[in-house]
Ligand binder design. Structure first.
Ligand code: CTP
Ligand code: MG
Length: 548
């Protein structure tokens, strides 16, 4: 999916003018999210939520143009922003300055036929003009690109950069969620919330995970958390009489309540809510969820409930992404490298998840000689009373005012940090040591899990419990290869290849695993077989801590 901002009528502080680099491969202006923003995470989330509540998503039928649509919609109020996307079918996300305009627009919308449809009033609409009959409603599709084709386009852009540092910044720019894509994600949550509100007034569907943590890639899944918002109705400790109580259904466990809720919500989405398709129920997972595809946006959604700690974890990662401008390029590079080398996967299994990978990067940035980012306990110490947050009995307090976080004294460049990251984990004693992001220290491993990263908020849990020894070994092996490549004298030298193009260098060598000398050295058996140290726990380098 590609997005562009086509109109901005009202003055808006986050307006970003498209620049040359924002022209994406299909020629549309792809506007990136604004840069580092020091506003409170909850304020940012709330602003996005309010924008979504003032927005509708409209499918263009036939030859209906964006201009016609905007003109039509302007009759119901001032249009603040609109974003159009899609090749097979065009859609426009349209934001009004006032929520009342959405209601006025919905009040004039028609149902195609009351006999054949479920008359559900959704903010997903179709716009049809008088000439719709004369046109073919489907445009010719340019076809999906393969992962190789996408990487090849990306690699060309990266190879054209002037330095590895610039390559890392280009990678973020080219792959991060754009402003329009972020808005679409909040709108999908808002549409799902509309569908649930009838049964559970006051409920909120929050996006979490990579859609909001500052490290989202184009096309990443949308993790959603349904909060029924019933905290204020829980009985106070001191019971007072007389009082009124709700009559409710009882279930054996809280988990069963979550499973029933998700199963019913999933059915509602499948039966009544336009564009929600391929609903799958994964209710026996540790964290029960419903998966579905939101077809109009092409976003794969994972809906959970009772998952407030996951939203807090996303806030934590989001804080780190904004504490220091080096964090995001580093995380993007590592996540990209891991995906291209199949260290991560969308399939459930023993792979290192993006969440674990990000934790590995943050820990490295805490543990390095001069820390780039503070430990989590320091973020808690900086918090004030209003930041206090206890979730399911866990203290999840974090500072919300980012201006209180001191700047780092570390001046390393992002490319140096990336190479240090690979070196650090090439030699880490995973066999005996675990990572503690609260203290920023290495800790003795509590169990036999291959990779142990203490969950920051549920401290008795390992957030990497799923990781198999095989996948950890693969990670270490590839980290060693990356560190080795970076030591080669021609690592940063672009060269013209036999077909006239530039051969991979710098970040592209690391992402693609390409190195001109590698094959030769491997043939000569100079390329050291890996992993002996994690298998045996023996050291190849001396360190008083976790590095072996
Ligand atoms: N999460 C968690 N514990 C885990 C795995 C995930 O608390 N063991 C929470 C985290 O808040 C994480 C969120 O669930 O941010 C989403 O997890 P996941 O989808 O795996 O990570 P993303 O950051 O969303 O990455 P991706 O782009 O792969 O979806
Ligand atoms: Mg996710």
């Amino acid at each position: 999916k590609f997005m562009r901002r086509c109109t901005t009528q009202a003055s808006n502080s986050d307006t970003v003018e498209p620049s040359e680099h924002e022209i994406s491969s299909n020629g549309l202006n792809d506007v990136p999210s604004p840069g580092l923003d020091l506003r409170r995470f909850t304020d940012l989330q709330d602003q996005r939520r309010q924008e979504a509540l003032r927005s509708v998503l409209v499918r263009h039928v036939g030859k209906a143009t964006e201009e016609e649509l905007t003109k039509f919609c302007s009759h119901f109020g001032e249009v603040q922003n609109s974003f159009t996307y899609g090749d097979k079918e065009q859609y426009t996300l349209l934001e009004y300055t006032s929520k009342g305009s959405v209601h006025s627009l919905l009040n004039t919308a028609h149902f195609r036929s009351v006999l054949e449809v479920v008359p559900y009033r959704s903010r997903l609409l179709s716009f049809r003009t008088s000439n719709w009959m004369n046109s073919s409603s489907k445009k010719h599709s340019v076809g999906e690109m393969t992962a190789e084709q996408r990487f090849s386009i990306l690699a060309t852009k990266l190879c054209a950069a002037q330095s590895m540092e610039e390559q890392m910044r280009v990678l973020v720019r080219e792959t991060e969620l754009s402003e329009g894509e972020t808005r679409l994600r909040f709108l999908v949550c808002s549409l799902v919330e509309d569908a649930i509100t009838g049964h559970f007034p006051g409920c909120i569907v929050h996006p979490f995970g990579s859609s909001v943590n500052g490290f989202g890639n184009k096309g990443c899944d949308l993790d959603m958390y349904l909060n029924l918002n019933v905290e204020e109705h829980k009985p106070k400790k001191k019971k007072s009489f007389p009082r009124m109580e709700y009559e409710v259904k009882t279930v054996p466990t809280e988990r069963a309540a979550t499973q029933n809720l998700l199963s019913t919500v999933g059915q509602g989405l499948a039966e009544f809510v336009p564009s929600c398709r391929h609903v799958q129920y994964i209710l026996n997972a540790r964290c029960p969820l419903v998966k579905f595809m939101h077809e109009a946006t092409g976003i794969q959604c994972d809906l959970t409930s009772n998952n407030s700690i996951a939203l807090k974890s996303s806030e934590l990662l989001n804080l780190y992404s904004r504490i220091d401008p080096r964090v995001a390029p580093l995380v993007y590079a590592v996540r990209h490298w891991a995906r291209l080398h199949h260290v991560t996967s969308n399939m459930p299994g023993g792979w290192i998840t993006n969440f674990s990978l990000t934790a590995l990067v943050i820990f490295f940035l805490q543990y390095t000689d001069k820390p780039v980012v503070p430990r989590i306990d320091a973020l808690k110490e900086l918090a004030d009373k209003t930041d206090t947050c206890i979730l399911e009995g866990n203290d999840c307090t974090l500072v919300s005012d980012l201006t209180k976080v001191p700047l780092s004294e570390n001046t390393d460049s992002i490319d140096d940090l990336l190479l240090e990251f690979f070196e650090f984990y090439s030699n880490f004693n995973f066999r005996n040591c675990g990572l503690n992001l609260r203290t920023g220290e290495i800790q003795e491993k509590q169990n036999f899990d291959a990779l142990y990263i203490q969950n920051p908020f549920e401290q008795q849990l390992n957030l990497s419990k799923n990781v198999s020894m095989h996948q950890l070994e693969k990670f270490v092996q590839l980290a060693r290869e990356a560190a080795w490549m970076a030591e080669q004298p021609d690592f940063l030298q672009p060269e013209v290849g036999p077909k006239g193009g530039v051969t991979p260098w710098g970040l592209v060598s690391i992402l693609s695993g390409y190195n001109k000398r590698k094959r030769r050295l491997m043939d000569q058996k100079e390329f050291t077989p890996i992993l002996d140290s994690i298998k045996s726990g023996n050291s190849t380098r001396n360190s008083s801590h976790g590095n072996v």
